[in-house]
Design a protein around this ligand. Structure first.
Ligand code: G
Ligand code: MN
Length: 286
């Protein structure tokens, strides 16, 4: 099994791990081709169930506080094979539903999803922005996490058309109490731009490749998040602090940025005005 870290772009820490399937056998093929072939032979759900079982076997050993996410096709939610391998409680697990199956309008699938959420699972919509059905899918499912397809992430730092679209997803996510995760982050420039756009999570080769459990994120990727976090502090300070910082901004991290924040604001001193375990706010003393 391989797991790919998903990074919290507000803190640089690992938020969760996705478990994409890998097939170590000849002929070499991408997992979607193996699944498609299994489905053609009537063994698709059995294969999906095996993949989930293998991922779930690792779940108890994952680092504390991280979630585990796995992919399911909408129709597999109606299959006994897949349902049988899911434990009663699903806390800390995220189910990723891919949008390229139009059957997701089926009320039976919605009912199955509601049942899984009632058992503690969170729901992510995968590959958002890739297919023409993307927005309908997000709207219908009201997910906890909106995963933006690589097509939107790639070159976000260069293509002026992409940032506003991603921002609109971030605003929409806020309104439905969800978070955005950008997939396929390959460069630090993309990562910094996404963090500046208030995208909550990032995943991709520039952060960490899929690897045996439990890989850390690239140190330069975590550092890029903290740089962007400092820049947010400067913006916030200019907008008259104290003001609450993004959730997850721990006092220790904030303290480390204070000297450079003061320099940037040409202030004599910037201090922490209020802090609790959930976050901190800074105050400018000039
Ligand atoms: O459909 P889904 O988004 O779950 O696809 C995940 C696939 O994308 C996995 O096979 C994974 O190896 C691959 N992947 C993960 N990160 C990157 C990336 O940064 N770039 C590219 N090209 N592929 C990636
Ligand atoms: Mn996925």
């Amino acid at each position: 099994m391989v797991f790919q870290p998903i990074m919290d772009l507000r803190t640089g820490r690992v938020a969760g791990y996705e478990s994409p399937s890998r097939f170590n056998r000849e002929p070499r093929r991408t997992p979607d081709l193996w699944f498609a072939q299994a489905h053609r032979h009537g063994l698709g759900y059995e294969l999906e169930a095996k993949a989930i079982e293998a991922a779930l076997a690792w779940a108890p050993s994952r680092p504390a506080g991280t979630y585990l996410t796995f992919n399911l096709s909408p129709s597999s939610l109606l299959s006994d094979e897949v349902m049988r391998v899911l434990p009663e409680r699903l806390d800390g697990l995220v189910i990723e539903i891919t949008e390229n199956e139009l059957v997701s309008g089926d009320p039976a699938i919605h009912k199955a999803l509601d049942g899984l959420r009632g058992r503690g699972a969170r729901l992510a919509v995968d590959d958002t922005g890739a297919g023409y059905a993307g927005l309908t899918h997000v709207m219908r499912l009201q997910p906890d996490i909106i995963k933006l397809d690589r097509a939107l992430t790639t070159g976000v730092d260069q293509d002026p058309a992409k940032a506003p679209l991603i921002s609109s997803f971030v605003r929409y996510a806020r309104d439905i109490d969800a978070d955005v995760c950008a997939e396929g982050v390959e460069t630090l420039a993309e990562l910094e731009r996404l963090a500046d756009l208030d995208v909550a999570y990032g995943q991709g080769y520039g952060i960490a490749r899929p690897a045996p459990p439990w890989a850390a994120v690239a140190p330069e990727a975590a550092a890029a998040c903290l740089r962007s976090f400092e820049a947010t502090l400067v913006d916030d300070a200019t907008d008259r602090l104290p003001r609450p910082l993004p959730p997850g901004a721990r006092p220790a991290e904030l303290r480390a940025c204070l000297p450079s924040l003061a320099a940037e604001l040409r202030a004599e001193r910037v201090q922490i005005a209020a802090a609790d375990e959930y976050g901190a706010a800074a105050q400018v003393l000039s």
